[in-house]
Design a protein around this ligand. Sequence first.
Ligand SMILES: O=C1O[C@H](COP(=O)(O)O)[C@@H](O)[C@H](O)[C@H]1O
Length: 260
Amino acid sequence: MSTPQLVVHRDKELMAQAAAARLITKIVDAQASRGTASVVLTGGRNGNGLLAALAAAPARDAVDWGRLDLWWGDERYLPEGDPERNVTQAREALLDSVPLDPERVHAMPASDGPYGADVEAAAEAYAAELAKAAGPENHGSVPTFDVLMLGVGPDTHVASLFPELPAVRETERTVVGVHGAPKPPPTRISLTLPAIRAAREVWLLAAGEDKAEAAAIALSGAGEIQAPAAGAYGRARTLWLLDAAAASQLPRSLYPPASP
Ligand SMILES: O=C1O[C@H](COP(=O)(O)O)[C@@H](O)[C@H](O)[C@H]1O
């Protein structure tokens, strides 16, 4: 387990731009050392803000987009192309404007796909796809992602792991179907905490006043069942990327002052 490090930016725009710059560097470095890179995307406002900032960054051309594997931390179980699907929003924000290899874009299944209403079967299929991509050098049945990003919900949820629901208690499976999520839509697919913790680096994104309480709870020793964000950490690094509003309820001892 890596101890969380915090970076606090002045506002959400600057946070998105700085996180996008950080992600470009990570991808370029991973591609330089291993030939490829793997990133797990998050949905939500902060995740999409980062992707939009990346799309606008001139340095995006430093990335070899054809040698990047993209995965998702969670998905809203809706029909293909639904505007509320995380993959639809990611395509709009960035993916449609860069030359990705479609074989390397590992979207989670849609509710009108081969598994229909059976979200458990859809989750199993995604787990199998992850297991297939995991090499002998990886530690289990998921690849060692270079960076796994998670938007933090106002209730401390990450991916589609909501406080107290069965998905956050999962210790064996890497991907699960989620039923009865308190945030619409109720049916979702999510990586579990064990899968999240297989990543080299986990980045938690929290911008805006509505994330302040969640950040304070998750970073002040809460349990992961009550506060799923508290259980999200990477093998080598756990990085919380916040703006000043989201950091406003943290004890001052936890973070350096916001940059001017
Ligand atoms: O529904 C979801 O919400 C969270 C957080 O979203 P935000 O808009 O409050 O930042 C997101 O991380 C997750 O991927 C998504 O499915």
